[in-house]
Design a binder for this molecule. Structure first.
Ligand SMILES: Nc1ncnc2c1ncn2[C@@H]1O[C@H](COP(=O)(O)OP(=O)(O)O)[C@@H](O)[C@H]1O
Ligand SMILES: [Mg+2]
Length: 418
């Protein structure tokens, strides 16, 4: 592979106009080897919203169960019909076994209930009276169900819980539909920063000090400031926040520790990240950020899934030739000429679309030549049942050069020879 990569240091010595080179070839991604390897314990699917993270997670989980592994897939926001076919009728925050006849392994699925997960953490880390106080606190209630980052944090929390039981060979984690893919990795830190936040500490200083005199920061000036804030926010809210933080104080270390432990879990051998994107600029831009971020954090990347591609039925006929042929057929005016011409035009459009998608994927690969890629063609309709998941699983894990057109699965169109 290194021979194919330009050596940056050698570049200035080259001719000013090097001959056109074929786009870098992405290395293939062997997801079959990855999910069947007993060393693989956690797989995290991430990427922009709507690209197919949830579907990919479920398809890989089913494939792993078919390979004999005991798998749980933690989904975040499955589309309703997919949830139904996995037996996830409602949020219940615990894994349920999915009945898949004839599968040698076990497939379990769960849907994350963010609030319940948060509540469980509170209960686990405080006395029953304290827990009751916190759970009833309006400020806690809004934080636990709507604070930006809570969902990401709770997904990580749940992952930590699932891993701790040692019940599963493989845990596949779907990630929340974050605006920014980065939210996911930032969540543990952001959560503890928030809980540790200066603003909250200041706001609640009187309550936290519990009436002790050593209240250095709560000067007369601050008391005055606090009164203004209290006017703006409303006294009740301020009292809620104070009570909340005072109560949380006891579990504070617990939160931190758990966040750190989960973060470390993600970096341990046996954890892999799969970045999912569609062949579109926005999704691939997010994928790029994610790849860079994972590498900066030392998180192991399995590769990029380019989902919902549109490979043509054949690559033997170019768009231009198909267009030309359509015109010739119409001129010859034989029986079914219209139909034949229409079919040729569909092919032509498909070739143009595939070329655009390939161009997008090539841009990604030029920027990240080391990242392994697997393309997954768009299915005719939504992927919402076990059959659909099985088909998608085969696309994800099948042998590399197995497409109908003989194009390697790292690509949508065959590479041009340079
Ligand atoms: N390869 C595919 N072919 C056809 N439809 C797909 C494919 N992958 C995903 N979908 C559909 O795209 C929609 C979004 O997928 P989903 O997995 O929920 O995305 P995300 O979790 O990234 O938001 C769903 O309706 C799903 O059925
Ligand atoms: Mg999703």
């Amino acid at each position: 592979m290194s021979a194919a990569q330009p050596d940056a240091a050698a570049r200035p010595a080259r001719a000013p106009h090097p001959p056109a080179r074929p786009a870098a070839q992405a290395p293939p991604m062997d997801l079959d080897a990855l999910i069947t390897d007993p060393e693989t314990r956690i797989l995290v699917c991430c990427g922009a919203g709507g690209v197919g993270k949830t579907t990919t997670s479920a398809a890989l989980a089913l494939a792993a169960a078919e390979a004999g592994r005991t798998v749980v897939v933690l989904t975040i926001d499955p589309a309703r019909r997919l949830a139904q076919s996995l037996g996830l009728e409602e949020l219940d925050n615990e894994p349920r076994r999915v009945d898949v006849p004839g599968v040698p392994g076990e497939l379990h699925a769960m849907m994350l209930d963010m609030k319940r997960t948060f509540d469980d953490v509170v209960v686990a880390h405080s006395t029953p009276e304290r827990a009751e106080q916190i759970l009833a606190n309006p400020f806690y209630q809004s934080l636990s169900s709507s604070f930006a980052g809570t969902q990401e944090y709770m997904a990580m929390e749940k992952l930590g819980q699932l891993r701790a039981t040692n019940r599963w060979d493989l845990i596949i984690v779907d990630t929340p539909p974050s605006r920014s893919a980065l939210d996911f990795l930032d969540a543990p830190n952001r959560m503890s920063r928030f809980l540790d936040g200066t603003m909250i500490r200041l706001l609640t200083a009187p309550a936290r000090a519990g009436g002790r005199v050593g209240l250095r920061f709560a000067s007369a000036g601050f008391m005055f400031f606090s009164k203004i804030i209290s006017k703006i926010l409303g006294g009740q809210l301020l009292r809620d926040i104070s009570a909340f933080v005072a109560a949380l104080d006891t579990m504070f270390g617990g939160f931190r520790e758990r966040a750190n432990a989960t973060y470390e879990l993600l970096r341990r051998p046996g954890t892999w990240f799969v970045v999912v994107a569609t062949p579109e600029p926005d999704a691939l831009r997010e994928a790029s950020y994610f790849v860079d971020r994972l590498s900066a954090e030392g998180m192991p990347l399995a590769g990029l899934v380019v989902n919902r591609t549109h490979p043509p039925a054949t690559t033997a006929l170019s768009a231009t030739r198909a267009e030309g042929a359509a015109e010739e057929v119409l001129e010859a005016d034989g029986p079914d000429a219209e139909l034949a011409a229409a079919a040729l035009r569909v092919h032509s459009e498909r070739m143009v679309l595939a070329a655009r998608e390939q161009h997008m994927a090539d841009r990604f690969t030029s920027a990240h030549p080391e990242v392994a890629v697997r393309t997954v063609p768009a299915a005719a309709g939504d992927v919402h049942d076990l059959d659909g998941l099985r088909t998608m699983g085969a696309e994800l894990t099948g042998a590399d050069a197995d497409t109908p057109t003989g194009t390697p699965r790292t690509r949508i169109l065959p590479a041009r020879r340079g």
